[in-house]
Design a protein around this ligand. Structure first.
Ligand code: ZN
Ligand code: ZN
Length: 145
């Protein structure tokens, strides 16, 4: 496979979204550490580079980036929404103990095996998986001994 060196600017312009410096900082804050941060975590990271940015601006940028399809909003039952820049089809695993969220790749071929009423148009797949992350599972096993 050829090395891919797309910059955030390439990605942003290819999605037809106007690149403002604020949007770029917000997008880069998501790309630098792919740990599904909440809006306030993104705000802290963006603020480190652009001290004048406000939380309201961060929310606006996140909305614009989500609408353009460049990032995904991840809904959590408890707590604030998180944001994910991974555009490859994937589900989200939530650790019920430490709250860590990680991506789980999904084989698109699986969707072919789902049964829908005839005429259904599938537009969006949101897969949530819950359990214990490896670190928490390990702790639980050792505490039971
Ligand atoms: Zn994700
Ligand atoms: Zn955990």
């Amino acid at each position: 496979m050829k090395a891919h060196s797309a910059t955030s600017e390439d990605a942003i312009t290819s999605h037809g979204i106007r690149l403002t410096p604020q949007r770029r900082y917000v997008y880069e804050a998501l790309m630098e550490k792919r740990d599904h941060p909440t809006a306030s975590e993104v705000f802290m990271r963006a603020k480190a580079r652009m001290p004048s940015i406000s939380l309201a601006t961060v929310y606006n940028c996140l909305d614009a980036l989500t609408e353009s399809g460049l990032i995904r909003q991840v809904y959590c039952e408890r707590g604030s929404s998180r944001y994910c820049p991974n555009l490859v089809p994937h589900g989200h695993f939530f650790c019920k103990t430490c709250g860590v969220v990680f991506d789980v790749p999904i084989d698109p071929a699986q969707e072919a095996s789902w049964e829908f009423p005839e005429g259904t148009q599938l537009e969006h797949v949101e897969i949530t998986l819950r359990g214990l992350c490896p670190a928490c599972a390990q702790k639980q096993t050792t505490s039971l001994l």
